[in-house]
Design a binder for this molecule. Structure first.
Ligand code: NAI
Length: 330
């Protein structure tokens, strides 16, 4: 099948070209993101392959349909950037990669927690400069701390297992209660108790209208003073301005994020020679107890191999008229 990639990076090309040797699709790559200005470039392609910050809203989907596109293949798990009702109305299908490596994101979550706690990023720079002073580097034992996880799906569960290995007490909240939670040793909790008891809170639920700004002024007020907040899920789960207020007052003592509400204008690009216009983001960067990574939690070779193989299989299934195992519907 003819497939046009948007927002394609060198690493996408490397992994997709390698995986395509068993599929023989015709893959073309564009660096530009998908939006209402670029959708017309898909003329003659039956499928487009898009990533987290490509916009497939009603207007863009209409333009894609006019070019002959019938399939939106997401090379990621989240699908909050696709208007599924509009796609269905246009007779288009959408597929995603529901699971590739939950370890990649869960392990990055731990990287954020450990870096914020033990300040290895600051220690690295100090030691390089011959500064061996320890002032300002003190952390705490993770052992015995209470960690609250919101969303106990694939990534939340792996995160819970790792944290149990550290000797943490793990509270978890989800909209569904599953037997597996007990087996992992998670104490199922309502949100109010999770907020009240957790030393560290980590978000692993999807972005939906219900979870939009789940972390806001009201919910932050219910958290322990000195809480560490981690978000490797989706930026808009968090009201960034409310979090900044929490950081300024000291209520939130540490913030680790791999995702940001307005990341589409920033992440995945080298902007180091430009002036960043997003004042909220720049305020976040100014805190020494905030650690930001640019949506890299998924970025392991294992995950990329898996994403490429599953995406190309999704496209092959569509081409052959097979049941679409990884279809996302409104
Ligand atoms: P999953 O679908 O396996 O798990 C999501 C869990 O959240 C489910 O158990 C679901 O019941 C629960 N949930 C749904 N609504 C909820 C609510 N209102 N409150 C509490 N729980 C709720 O998804 P998976 O693979 O664990 O991924 C989780 C999220 O991680 C994805 O939605 C995606 O946004 C994000 N992600 C981030 C990546 C990164 O590179 N930073 C990479 C991959 C995923």
């Amino acid at each position: 099948m003819n497939v046009l990639f948007f927002s394609a990076k060198v690493y996408d090309r490397t992994f997709f070209d390698a995986a395509n040797s068993t599929f023989q699709h015709k893959l073309d790559y564009l660096e530009v993101p998908l939006n209402c200005n670029t959708a017309v470039l898909a003329k003659g392609y039956e499928a487009v392959c898009i990533f987290v910050n490509d916009r497939a809203d009603a207007e863009v989907l209409q333009l894609l349909a006019e070019q002959g596109v019938k399939l939106i293949a997401l090379r990621c798990a989240g699908f909050n950037n696709v208007n599924l009702e509009a796609a269905a109305a246009l007779g288009m299908k959408a597929v995603r990669v529901p699971a590739y490596s939950p370890y990649s994101v869960a392990e990055h979550t731990l990287a954020l927690i450990l870096t914020l706690n033990r300040k290895t990023h600051r220690a690295y720079n100090r030691v390089k400069e011959g500064n061996f002073a320890l002032n300002g580097l003190m952390g705490f034992d993770l052992h015995g701390k209470t960690v609250g996880l919101i969303g106990l799906g694939k990534i939340g569960l792996v995160t819970a297992k790792i944290l149990k290995g550290f000797g943490c007490r793990v509270l978890g909240h989800d909209i569904e209660k599953r037997d597996e939670f007990d087996r992992v040793g998670i104490e199922f909790s309502d949100l109010a108790s999770l907020y009240a008891q957790s030393d560290i809170i980590s978000l692993h639920c999807p972005l939906t209208p219900k979870t939009h700004h789940l972390i806001n002024r009201k919910t932050i007020a219910q958290m322990k003073t000195g809480v560490m907040l981690i978000n490797t899920s989706r930026g808009a789960l968090v009201d960034t301005k409310a979090v900044i207020a929490g950081l300024k007052s000291g209520h939130i003592k540490y913030l680790g994020i791999d995702v940001y509400e307005e990341e589409a204008d920033l992440f995945f690009e080298d902007l180091s020679d430009r002036v960043i216009q997003d004042d909220v983001f720049m305020r976040l960067l100014s805190f020494n107890n905030v650690l930001i990574t640019g949506h890299q939690a998924f970025f392991t070779s294992n995950a990329l191999e898996s994403i490429a193989a599953i995406t190309l299989q999704n496209i092959a299934d569509f081409e052959q008229g097979l049941q679409l195992e990884n279809e996302v519907k409104a």
